[in-house]
Write a protein that binds this ligand. Structure first.
Ligand code: ADP
Ligand code: ADP
Length: 228
């Protein structure tokens, strides 16, 4: 299960001089794929980082699956984030990169972890890369590994921070389809941040449009107003 609620969520920086996120409220249903779109600086990343527990909200409340996780130190927060720059450990192999998060977040035995990593790698088509290190991989391969590392943990919620921005146009299209397929198969609640309006429209069950830190519109792709 992975319902997510934001209640009047706010984040200020620099003693209140910068309002990054302004009173955002949103309910995300279990299994829903929500895209968050808006121009650079509108607060997308900060919103996601608060959900991930990487940034303390200034005001408001976050719950995941009914648990209050507003505090950055909240213990239960079963989310896995995929970053734009992949954020792989450079000195670890693909296998170790994928197993690391599993070791931190579950109490599986070593054999169980190894098996989960192998199965996920097969699902992602990266089983040939398991003994490689990140610097031996192409951008597309790195992003596949980053996705695999999130998926292997079987979290309640995926958080995507512009995961395709560093890929070329062709690969971006391929990966879009792939992420949608995976999300469909796994049924994991997903919150996907992008500055690309078309990406947001194609991928999301619902789209959240942010502007200057405020929630401007939210709706299904057909409902939300298209800005040029
Ligand atoms: P987006 O992801 O939509 O580009 P961000 O959430 O990164 O937007 O940023 C929202 C606003 O908050 C911007 O004005 C940005 O400059 C500001 N901001 C983000 N992080 C910090 C920080 N650590 N310190 C000060 N200002 C920040
Ligand atoms: P651990 O401390 O659990 O062994 P590591 O970070 O050393 O964690 O490795 C993560 C996983 O990857 C382990 O389950 C380990 O068995 C596996 N692993 C690491 N290197 C290799 C390798 N060269 N060949 C096969 N499996 C490996």
């Amino acid at each position: 299960m992975g319902t997510v609620t934001l209640d009047n969520l706010g984040k200020k920086f620099d003693n209140g001089r910068i309002v990054a996120v302004d009173d955002v409220s949103l309910d995300v249903a279990d299994g829903e794929f929500v895209t968050v779109v808006g121009p650079s600086g509108c607060g997308k990343s900060t919103t996601l980082r608060m959900l991930a527990g990487l940034e303390q909200p200034t005001s408001g409340r976050i719950t995941i699956d009914g648990e209050d996780v507003t505090d950055v130190h909240a213990r239960k927060r079963d989310v896995a984030m995929v970053f734009q720059n992949y954020a792989l450990y450079p000195h670890k192999t693909v296998r170790q990169n994928m197993a690391f998060g599993l070791r931190m977040s579950t109490d599986l035995s070593k054999d169980e972890r190894d098996q989960r990593v192998r199965e996920t790698a097969e699902m992602m088509g990266i089983e040939e890369l398991l003994d490689d290190r990140p610097n031996e991989l192409s951008g597309g391969q790195k992003q596949r590994v980053a996705l695999g590392r999130a998926i292997v943990r079987e979290p309640d919620v995926f958080l995507f921070d512009e995961p395709l921005s560093n890929l070329d146009a062709k690969l971006r299209t391929t990966m879009r389809t792939e992420i949608q397929r995976l999300q469909n198969d796994l049924g994991t609640t997903s919150i996907y941040v992008t500055h690309d309006q078309e990406e947001a429209m194609t991928m999301g069950d619902r789209i959240v449009i942010l502007k200057d830190g405020e929630l401007q519109q939210v709706g299904r792709p057909k409902e939300v107003y298209r800005t040029p």
